[in-house]
Design a protein around this ligand. Sequence first.
Ligand code: DAH
Length: 341
Amino acid sequence: MDLRDEARKAQQTARDEILSSKSLDDLKSARTKHLGRKGVLTLLLRKLGQAAPDERKELGRLLNEAKDELLGLVDSRTDELKQATYASDLTGESLDVTLPGRKFRTGRRNLAVEMMNKIVDVFVGMGFTSVEGPEIETEYNNFDALNFPAWHPSRDDHDSFYVGEGHVLRTHTSPAQIRVMKSQPPPVRVVVPGRCHRRDTPDASHLMSFLQIEGLYVDHDVSMADLKGTLAAFAREIYGEETKVRFRPHFFPFTEPSAELDISCLVCGGKGCRLCKQSGWLEVLGCGMVHPNVYKHVGYDSLGVTGYAFGMGVERVAMLKYGIGDIRMLYDNDLRFLSQF
Ligand code: DAH
């Protein structure tokens, strides 16, 4: 076989190997094998000297063309193989950087807590100070000092969580009245937001754990008219300017006289509908003038002061405002429901 045939054959073999290489490593060894320093084509070039002088020129051209062609093929095959590697890297990748990001939900306060803060704001705007009391209360503060007689049904352990000798999970925020008055001389003007507990079976209007806000204003010459004006302003602030109020006689051990505050029905405006059970009114909270026996328990009895108190269930205030029929929905953590507000 003459050198020319040898060159053509070597070129063909090299071409086949380069084109059929499956990886960059394969390609690299094919390149070394055929075009490297000791490669087939290189050795042939070195043999040029052996060729007859008249053939040498043509053979040289042939070999150089072969080399150029093969180097070109190596380059293009390198590109192809790199592309294929990128593509398979991408398919194997679990993170698709082209997808839109997942939306991060920001949390917010529960509707009842928002309402609690709102109510506190309204009273702070009217000169009240916001204070807190403990959830574990003495039985004395929770009941006795508030003039609950020993036989009062609320003291029955069916209604309260007793926690050790003489202590109870407060059943209302009213015991804070005792703490505040014992800790300072009059005048007193506070609101007390906080969690309360009762041994109730949960239903549409009861929970074992719920929020209340207590209010207390004690000074010289505080009258029922002050109470009415303040609570009417509160009702208009929460439920709207057109809201009418009425005070209905009631009984609480720690106030005398006592009343319940009703607002004009938010659905029918007072005409009578299903929500207000045709009465035109919705019950909102309890209130009254502080009972003289309470002043005795806190040492205010000789000071000649008068005052009013009120207490409301925060969830109830929110339920009326937003037309929520079941208190449990506030705490079911159903975002489809809660995110409406
Ligand atoms: N503590 C009462 C309750 O939980 C609510 C209440 C009524 C508070 C009248 C008061 C008040 O301060 O004067 O049912």
